[in-house]
Design a protein around this ligand. Sequence first.
Ligand code: PEP
Ligand code: MG
Length: 564
Amino acid sequence: MGTAYLYSKHVPHIEMKTIAESDVEAEQQRVRTANARSEKELQKILAFAEQKLGSQSAKIFEAQIMILNDTILMGSIEKRIAKELKNAEYIVGDEINKYKRMMLASPDEYMHERARDVEDVMHRIVRNIQDQKLFSRLEGASIIVSESLLATDTVIFSRNQILGYAADLGGVTSHAAILSRSLRIPAVLGLRNVTKNVRTGDSVAIDGYAGTIAINPNAQTIEQLEKKAERLKAFEEQLTAFAPLVADTPDHKHIELSANIEVPEEVDYARAQGAAGIGLYRTEGTLLARQGDPSEEEQYEEYKKVAEATFPHPVIFRTFDIGGDKLAPGEYHEENPFLGWRGIRVSLDRPEMFLTQLRALLRASTKKNVRIMFPMIAKVSEVRRAKEFLKLAKNELKARGLHFDARIKIGVMIEVPSAAIMAEEIAAEVDFLSIGSNDLIQYLLAVDRDNAAVAPLYQQFNPAVLRTIKAVIDAGHRKNIWVGMCGEMGGDPIATILLVGMGIDELSVVPTVLPEIKKIIRTIKYKDAVRIADKVLTLHTEDEIREYLASVIKKQLPDIPLED
Ligand code: PEP
Ligand code: MG
């Protein structure tokens, strides 16, 4: 519960106005004031980004500050105001856009990226000239209400005083949602029109469990929500007892229960929550808010830190999954990024980037607890090509006399329907499979995982999804390899019994839900889970399946909080 802050990323509107000669000095002063304010804001963001993402990643903000300090540019803006008698924001926009156009005209992709920074700075100055509020001037504890939320926003916003997020767009599996879950910030996305109904300063309450938001709630609602929060807190505290225990069913079926993370700092929290290892390390987190590809050395340092912190448990590093709703891999616009240049496709097309990452991962594997996983695999030939790259990277390291785990285990994400259909043939090529339910569901059901308009159609308990998951597990087992799940479904308490019953060997989940999932595994007998899963697989609609699973949980695990 807290005070709303309406965060608008809207591009500021710039009008051209003619000014009187007597206003020139005041107009120039507006630019200077806005410039100074912008710099102060950027310094704050820079300091925060350095602390959160490391100095390398924070460089983008340094570059933005340099633009503000460019005396030639600022001098020419002031001169033009005096000469052309036009308003400050118009001249600032026009002058800085010149730079932007020059950069966009360059064939160099790096310059295109820089053009975005230049535009960002221009918007910042203009907003400050127009005296519009910016998030970086946010003070006190707030709930951010915005149209959409990007992964980078989540990182930059994630200061202590952010109490929650509410956004018009997005869904549970959008990258920003996953990130805020792991940062333990409540978020409700896909509310469609929350920005129209909430004003800055409104009191709001976010219920991340129910996916609802109460605007200016009355005393009764507040009391209800406070009670619910207390109940959930007590439940969570009770769960901490599960952290040191193994995730075995009462009839001794072991489930490897591990955590999904994306920055090294999360390892300790995941361990404290009782993770057996790291089942998904999203390496593309390193690429957030940075320019150019990270060097082998930088990546090696990061991966080594994670591998050492996780040791003796295993850590599965997934190679860069760029594209989709994450980072755009290039400047050119894709109509359908989720069906575009994404994941392994980018890596295979950029041998230098891929080999650099593989070398860094191999070098971090000397303790033999590192595994490598490839995202967005759609066919066997991609697995083979990725393996060839791995061989090449190994040879390069051998030639340099460096050590690595020569028998490093490799796996594939099963998240594209064609890979699910060919799971057995893919399994024959690798050491493990991990089902990426977030993408598998969207591609299988043709429902964008981020699109709130079709959110009700994004059904993880759709029978087609469940049969596919079952087929993938069976295919892996026929080839004697283990099959896990690292999508959000693996961390949904309603799905746990079903997945265990279908034979899943590993679940990799957001650290926050780990103890709850462990409690469920330790409560239900494997043989009962198999019976429940068999029954579910005979049902024909998601509603029937949800209803049945909820009734099982209510009966067997009455204290698990379920939402309708
Ligand atoms: C998935 O698709 O289920 C997955 C774990 O990968 P991501 O959410 O990073 O796309
Ligand atoms: Mg995925």
